[in-house]
Design a protein around this ligand. Structure first.
Ligand code: IDC
Length: 482
């Protein structure tokens, strides 16, 4: 893990220098006609492929603090279109585009930055726009002098205030990466860098509660070096519907245990049978209202709103998502939300479709990713090819996979598991393995009886699947901080 250093003293001086400049500008203004200082700097970067692109835009406010902002720019080519944006509301008219802040990122202090982005399409060419405005002011990258008192000479170049997030104050995955955000098709950390989280999924909490305790989660965080705990709360099969308060509390307790160990906590509303998420819509709203309110202050919580929709259309899943996501956002606006896909979260493939149905009709919400599940002994090249194809267009998160067959049982398919995890590593797609439990089935990481015995660290009680996953997950993470 990286060692931690204090912020360089230079940046503190730079912040002080800007404060003095702002004061000087204010002193020049007539007091009866106080005028806000304005100014902004924008960086626009793209990743482009045939017909499509992702744009990431960092907006820095160099003027007085604002509570709301609208970014404006013009595409150079008439064939360039915004398709799906995040972290802002986009409108396009001809070549002209505006992006308005959302509730959570409207306030920008002097010197503060925010990052937004979108997926776009292009036809003839994809040149980047060269001029941007923020609340009507052209972003020149420097401070705009007050119009009432133009300086006779150009102001000296100023060092922009620091825009970087301070270095982390801990070495756990959550301390280093902080609040995550979807950036283009990736999951980015607090430094705006794409990362991959690797971890384990619980089994059904109604059956394996005795596997999730301080000792087992110490082993997961310290011995396995996992980044992520997926908390699988079944809704049916003696799950949530039988005792909403009890299961909600159990989930919250496990969120706390993951948090205490610096892991991300993925709250999985584990719908399975029936496959139509609408069957559980009211329960989902009640559950997510409760857990998002309870965990709103945490930066390490991710919400998975439906495990494996099946036997329903994508438009039904999308409709469900567009009703549940606002419930979460009302309490926990900046948390990443994950949406299951058609055919047991196969991007539609297991029901004869493909990821086009999602890419062409995305959920109308920002900061979301779509889930993909596989079982290595059952799902091979045709599924891998579709994931690879989809990964350049939509953000993916593998919230569940097995090394065995889709029944959850059988032998580890090492060749297919290697092919899958190598692909996910290369694409920086995060994953959680089914299961961190001692269930009597090939997908379980521990041998039956382990949880009663309480010895989790090391390899003595691992199954073949557990051994395989522990050795993959323990390898060093790549969490860039600059
Ligand atoms: C399986 C469990 C098994 C349980 C069954 C029904 O391993 O013990 O009896 O669910 O609840 C999924 C599901 C996940 C399944 C898993 C393996 O998300 O709940 O767990 N699987 O079948 N999708 C594909 C495979």
């Amino acid at each position: 893990m990286t060692s931690i250093s204090r912020p360089p003293r230079r940046s503190l001086l730079a912040a002080g220098a800007v404060g003095v400049l702002a004061l000087a500008a204010a002193a020049l203004l007539p007091s009866t006609n106080a005028m806000a200082a304005t100014g902004c700097a924008v960086t626009y970067t793209t990743n482009s492929w045939q017909g499509g692109f992702t744009a990431n835009i960092t907006i820095q406010n160099l003027g007085d603090p604002v509570n709301a902002w609208t970014l404006g720019f013009t595409f150079p080519d008439a064939g360039q279109k915004v398709v799906q944006g995040w972290s802002a509301t986009y409108q396009q008219s001809g070549k002209a585009v505006t992006a308005k802040n959302l509730d959570y990122n409207g306030s920008l202090a002097t010197g503060a930055s925010t990052t937004i982005g979108f997926n776009g399409s292009w036809t003839a060419a994809n040149p980047s726009p060269t001029s941007f405005t923020l609340n009507g002011t052209t972003c020149t990258g420097g401070t705009t002098p007050p119009t009432s008192a133009p300086p006779t000479t150009a102001p000296p170049p100023t060092t922009p205030p620091p825009t970087t997030t301070p270095p982390p104050t801990g070495t756990t995955p959550a301390a280093i990466n902080g609040q995550l955000r979807v950036c283009g098709v990736n999951l980015c950390n607090q430094y705006g860098k794409p990362i991959q989280l690797r971890g384990m999924s619980t089994h059904g909490l109604q059956w394996f509660a005795n596997c999730y305790n301080d000792a087992s989660l110490d082993a997961l965080a310290n011995d396995w070096q996992a980044d992520l705990l997926r908390i699988s709360m079944y809704v049916q099969e003696q799950g949530y519907e039988t005792n909403p308060t009890g299961f909600t509390n159990q989930v919250n307790n496990l969120v706390d245990k993951a948090t205490a160990r610096g892991m991300y906590a993925l709250i999985d509303f584990h719908t399975l049978t029936p496959g139509d998420p609408m069957y559980n819509l009211d329960r989902a709203k009640t559950f997510f209202a409760a857990v998002s309110a309870r965990n709103a202050g945490k930066k390490n919580v991710i919400y998975e709103i439906t495990n494996e929709p099946n036997g329903v259309s994508w438009s039904t899943i999308k409709n469900y998502a567009e009703q549940v996501i606002p419930v979460i956002r009302a309490n926990h606006p900046d948390a990443v939300v994950l949406v299951g896909t058609r055919g047991w979260s196969s991007l539609g493939v297991s029901e004869g479709g493909n990821s086009d149905e999602v890419a062409n009709n995305p959920v109308r919400a920002s900061n979301i990713m779509y889930t993909f599940h596989f079982y290595a002994a059952s799902h091979k090249d045709s599924y891998r090819n579709e994931v690879q194809r989809a990964a350049s267009r939509i953000p993916l998160f593998v919230t569940e996979f097995g090394t065995v067959t889709y029944t959850g049982d059988g032998a580890v398919d090492t060749a297919s598991s290697n092919a899958w995890l190598d692909l996910l590593d290369r694409l920086k797609i995060s994953y959680a393995n089914w299961t961190y439990s001692d269930a009597n089935e090939g997908s379980a990481a521990f041998r039956p009886g382990t949880c009663a015995g309480g010895q989790y660290a090391g390899t003595a009680n691992l199954t073949a699947s557990g051994n395989y996953l522990r050795s993959r997950i323990r390898t060093p993470d790549n969490f860039p901080t600059s």
